[in-house]
Write a protein that binds this ligand. Structure first.
Ligand SMILES: CC(=O)CC(=O)SCCNC(=O)CCNC(=O)[C@H](O)C(C)(C)COP(=O)(O)OP(=O)(O)OC[C@H]1O[C@@H](n2cnc3c(N)ncnc32)[C@H](O)[C@@H]1OP(=O)(O)O
Ligand SMILES: NC(=O)C1=CN([C@@H]2O[C@H](COP(=O)(O)OP(=O)(O)OC[C@H]3O[C@@H](n4cnc5c(N)ncnc54)[C@H](OP(=O)(O)O)[C@@H]3O)[C@@H](O)[C@H]2O)C=CC1
Length: 293
């Protein structure tokens, strides 16, 4: 039987954490947003307010709804601040060791009946669940970016996830106005199993000189009606996240067709992670994005 979620914790206030806090608060839930630095949390609240204000300007929500949503979000620099949440969704970086450490520390303070979820893009839910004290109350709730605009959320059960946890997560996603797609616990689940090899192939297309950044993105936008070109989308997702997902696919499925493109590795090594660092396949430091190749 599903349990009604009233208070949600969100760990990590990057683009996904902000988006999840935004939609959960708009749905009337209490939200506690956690990150490692106060600076991060301040800038997250400003970003969420900016996105809510944009929705007001577009008449998608009312000014009252914006204010109410902001009032429902509090921030905390420590995991203790999440102790009484009914559901905690982890949205820190796509690094297994970081996530495992967070779960270990979180479970020590979190009430025993609470559900723990990860927004991981690719990592085994069963393996992450095994690093908690509650594998039966652990689940993958995978939102898409940008969260306020995308309709889909993937739900992924680990081997031990119980029906109660699954039903509660499903009801929670429904309350946010999103649709569920259920995926088995395979590397990168459904969306990224299909999307990321396409992005990786676009980077190989650039690496091999088949086309430049502009040509590749224009080709897929105008020739296949994708809303963003694959390189623009890679910058939007974050090149570190794209590389981590390709590494999980490559290692998890042991097939050379998932080999991350060396050019993707090089961009990440340079710290050119896309929009979040102002540089990736495009340079975002000027008035409009300029291709870097
Ligand atoms: C990596 C993973 O693990 C999984 C993933 O998420 S893969 C990535 C999946 N996402 C995609 O493929 C996104 C592809 N791009 C798109 O669909 C579109 O370009 C887009 C929705 C991002 C923007 O569309 P658009 O028509 O150019 O923009 P616009 O009309 O301004 O915005 C549409 C809505 O998106 C919202 N939006 C746009 N960018 C946003 C952002 N960065 N953050 C929050 N909301 C945003 C707008 O507020 C608007 O919301 P309302 O409908 O409530 O008004
Ligand atoms: N980007 C995307 O399109 C999507 C990403 N995801 C997944 O969501 C997760 C987050 O991605 P995204 O939001 O893009 O990443 P970002 O890099 O934008 O944000 C990650 C945030 O987590 C913070 N963080 C790092 N370590 C900790 C910690 N120990 N405790 C609390 N916060 C921490 C980071 O702080 P700092 O920067 O200071 O280290 C940063 O603010 C990843 O697992 C990713 O795979 C899922 C769907 C789509």
């Amino acid at each position: 039987m599903a349990v009604t979620i009233k208070k949600v914790g969100v760990i990590g206030s990057g683009q996904m954490g902000n988006g999840i806090a935004h939609v959960a608060a708009l749905a009337g839930l209490d939200v506690v947003l956690n990150d490692v630095s106060d600076e991060r949390l301040k800038s997250a609240m400003a970003t969420i307010n900016g996105h809510l204000s944009r929705q007001v300007a577009k008449k998608a929500i009312t000014e009252d709804a914006r204010k109410q949503a902001l009032n429902l979000i509090t921030t905390t620099g420590t995991l203790d601040g999440l102790a009484d949440c009914d559901l905690v969704i982890e949205t820190a970086v796509e690094k297994e060791e970081v996530k495992r450490k967070i779960f270990h520390e979180l479970c020590a303070v979190l009430k025993p009946e609470a559900i723990v979820a990860t927004n991981s893009s690719s990592i085994s839910i069963t393996r992450l669940a095994a690093s908690t004290d509650r594998p039966e109350r652990f689940i993958g709730i995978h939102f898409m970016n940008p969260v306020p605009a995308m309709e889909l959320v993937e739900l992924i059960r680990g081997i031990a996830t119980d029906d109660n946890t699954f039903d509660t997560a499903k009801e929670f996603v429904g309350k946010l106005g999103k649709q569920v797609a259920v995926s088995e616990d395979f590397p990168a689940f459904i969306v990224n199993r299909i999307l990321l090899p396409m992005i990786n192939e676009a980077i190989y297309t650039l690496y091999e000189g088949v086309g430049n950044v502009e040509a590749i993105d224009a080709a897929m936008k105008l020739g296949a009606h994708h809303p963003m070109g694959p390189l623009e989308l890679a910058d939007f997702i974050g090149l570190d996240t794209c590389l981590s997902i390709m590494q999980v696919l490559h290692e998890g499925l042991a097939d050379s067709k998932y080999r991350p493109c060396p050019l993707l590795v090089k961009y990440v090594e340079a710290g050119w992670l896309g929009r979040k660092t102002q540089r990736g396949f495009y340079d975002y430091r000027g008035d409009k994005p300029v291709p870097t190749r």
